[in-house]
Design a binder for this molecule. Structure first.
Ligand SMILES: [Zn+2]
Length: 347
């Protein structure tokens, strides 16, 4: 994607958002002009959107991710499920030793892990309050919601801990799908991407070091990158894309944890069919071209070939593996795992 395309995309998107408002159009033209002039004068950001490299190494931890290594503590990202009930600490039956925790339980839980060398967490919001879900996933970027509160709290109490925010709507939508639905209950990709990129921007603005869209809507990586550029955050907020996310029964436990089981239909129309290696390769290449900084494969254990493919298609980019078992992943430089506390003891 060239920078002139980026400029026209910005203008188009802004025009679509608010055709009636002249002020908004004038502002978007001014924004577009500023990008044109920046592109013309700055060597570092002229060219493709995938030329935006700084976010990938703006933090000591993300710098370590750029090196090829054996398993180290720096490679590990630990998933945390944050509920909207501040004092809750409830085991998730299908994920042994994993809990849903309210905001008040986070610091006491994290402190010993941080002392053992925990470097990074990925946050999933688990709203349990009945009013927290609607068709648009409104509570996903609620400033008083569990994820944004957790980002702020962790930033203030553990400044060294690197915060990845999972970005999706399924935990927050009444129908449990990863986007906004049309009247016929199929996914409205354009609206979903617009909403999901807003949510990503809200997490980045709250202080997340990395946003990780897991929704699999087409074009969401580019939309998020554009909003990060516009907000002046693209140089320090890393974009980790779940590029190859396969549908399958392994997510049963995860849906249990995140409280995000679809109430109608399923996600097979946007998650990759099992074994769809060609689609996975296309999605990886697309996300690289749209400005992703890291490519994630989920679930890792059944898709070692896809991790190898990701390494081949994006050889110069860190590859992350979301794994459900305790084995380490050859080829992946970053491992998201429920076994991080055990790994911290072993390493
Ligand atoms: Zn989702």
């Amino acid at each position: 994607m060239s920078f002139s395309n980026l400029v026209s995309d910005l203008a188009l998107r802004d025009a679509r958002e608010d055709r009636s408002s002249q002020i908004s159009n004038v502002r978007s033209q001014a924004t577009a002009r500023s990008y044109t002039s920046t592109a013309a004068t700055s060597v570092s950001i002229s060219g493709d959107i995938s030329s935006q490299l700084h976010a990938g190494y703006s933090h000591p931890l993300s710098r370590s991710w750029q090196a090829e290594r054996q398993l180290t503590k720096e490679m590990l990202i630990y998933p945390l499920f944050i509920t909207d009930n501040p004092d809750e600490e409830t085991p998730i039956p299908s994920l042994p030793n994993q809990y849903r925790r309210g905001i008040n339980r986070l610091v006491p839980y994290l402190r010993p892990l941080v002392n053992k060398g925990l470097r990074s967490v990925i946050l999933f919001g688990v709203p349990l309050h009945p009013s927290a879900k609607d068709a648009l996933g409104t509570s996903a970027d609620d400033p008083a919601g569990p994820v944004i509160q957790a980002i702020r709290l962790i930033r203030s109490r553990f400044p060294q801990l690197y915060i990845v925010a999972d970005v999706c709507l399924c935990e927050y939508t009444s129908h449990g799908h990863c986007g906004i639905l049309r009247e016929d209950d199929s996914l409205d990709n354009a609206q979903s991407v617009d909403r999901i990129s807003d949510v990503a921007l809200a997490y980045a603005t709250a202080g997340a070091h990395c946003v990780a869209p897991s929704d699999m809507n087409d074009g969401r990586v580019r939309a998020i990158k554009l909003k990060l550029i516009e907000a002046g955050l693209a140089h320090r907020v890393l974009l980790m894309s779940y590029s190859a996310k396969f549908s399958g029964c392994l997510y049963g436990p995860f849906r249990d944890a995140a409280g995000s089981c679809p109430s109608l239909g399923d996600r097979k129309c946007y998650q990759l069919p099992p074994g769809a290696r060609g689609l996975a390769r296309r999605a990886i290449q697309r996300d690289v071209g749209e400005g992703a900084d890291i490519i994630m494969v989920k679930p890792a254990s059944s898709y070692l070939d896809i991790i190898r493919d990701a390494k081949e298609l994006a050889p110069d980019m860190p590859i992350a593996a979301y794994q459900y078992r305790g084995d380490s992943k050859a080829g992946a430089g970053i491992v998201v795992s429920y076994f991080v506390p055990e790994f911290l003891d072993w390493l």
